[in-house]
Design a protein around this ligand. Sequence first.
Ligand code: TEU
Length: 550
Amino acid sequence: MPSEPWWKSAVVYQIYPRSFADSDGDGIGDLGGVRAHLDHLQALGIDVLWLSPIYPSPQDDNGYDISDYEDVDPVFGTLGELDALLADLHARGMRLVMDLVVNHTSDEHPWFVESRASKDSPKRDWYFWREQPNNWTSAFSGSAWELDEATGEHYLHVFSRKQPDLNWENPDVREAVYSMMNRWLDRGVDGFRMDVVNFISKTPGLPDGATGAGWRQLGGEHYVCGPRIHEFLQEMHREVFAGRDALLNVGEMPGVTIEDAKLFTDPARHEVDMVFQFEHVNLDQDGTKWKPFPLDLRDLKRSFGRWQEGLAESGWNSLYWNNHDQPRIVSRWGDDGEHRVRSAKALGTLLHLHRGTPYVYQGEELGMTNMAFGSIGEFRDIEALNHYAEAVAEGEDPAAVLASMQPMNRDNARTPMQWDDSPHAGFTAGEPWIGVNPNHAEINAAAAIADRDSVFHHYRRLIELRHDEPAVALGDFTMLLEDDPHVYAFTRALEGTELLVVVNVSGEPASFAAIPDAEAWAGAELVLTNAEPEPRGLELGPWEARVHRR
Ligand code: TEU
């Protein structure tokens, strides 16, 4: 596929370094730990490593609050180790994508320290300052404004009070960000995952929010895909990416619509290569993440179907179930009990064979599950801690709040990677910063690699299939059985090759007899399945997934 960008047939693996592997015994994962496990990534077959932030940070939001864009936090290692990791990856034919958080900095970043010092500081205008707050609320509870004693004014923080928003209206801010990005690319990194990058343009004057439209926070309509977002991303492209080859630039974009995404990812517009959209991960909730309800599979089909169609001609999809903000997919929409292995493979198959670039989050390839958190003291995430404090202060029953936080909290994704069945799962020789899931005795990488029928080997085969079968990377997508509540079915077609993917997203038997040409399909080559012995016919067992080719 010479004229197609390499990332259309690539798979990205996300590492949350704090929770991946600890090489120095302080209980926190680090770059040494990442370097020690590259064989795991290579065995899986991934093409790109996306590293969540490793920059110096007070760690208020685990590194998404950056106090120095140009260095590595000592807790994770040194710049020298990052260079060594980059060299290791390149030697293995893999690329490194850095996480870049430029909607906001840490309040301990020198830019903000200078900005807050006085009203006439040369950097005052690098952030948003007002005498009176507007009504915007923060993603992490309470007002999005914080009073700063030094000058008696308030500053804007859409996330935590330690994450003040940068003012992208100021050309000096933009220039500082672009030159920093250029230094990383000159150093050899292969691209960026840009955190909430669709929030960087705010409506001038920062008017009150009415609905929170586009995102769940009040005020969202004034910064989700704000007025100058396309202009800023095009400028970034000119200043940073133009003339450089083979990079990946993915924008994380909460609240992005298909229409927006078409514009953002149209190659002719030179903005970003692909976006992370949030529509599918919001299908089991309404306005608040703390009261989720069961997924209706038909909603997922409608949503994915529209995104596949919307980006069919130009633009590109990212495909993900998991990341460091989402609960574990096998617990969320699979069955983490009796059918854990089967359902993890089924959901992986469903996702990876869509058109788009799949992302695997550490531990997803093992079928890692959510954690049962016994008390508020076991939580570490600022979002969970703030929500609990706020709800309890408002008079809610603490036990009920705790229970409501179990299914969706972000710490579910942040428990340590389960390498083996030893006391801390092989994650650390010290005391882990967050509890290890006790189920590591059974669910761990060593066991998965030794077992040919594990989730790991199924993910490995899915990745191999994307590499080897052009119809997976580039084929047209057609959704089937739109109204079936249990069976997810679609075809992919490219130049005479056709794939059928059928997945029973339920623990009950089901059938795909209603798809066109079903009998013939059932007799066609079986490329991949999670069923034993090799299945035949039109009936699907619980969580059975099949990929046929003809
Ligand atoms: O997340 C942005 C975002 O909107 C969410 O995923 C958000 O964290 C979640 O919905 C809260 O329920 C990015 C990062 O991925 C996240 O870890 C950071 O906390 C956030 O930006 C701020 O930098």
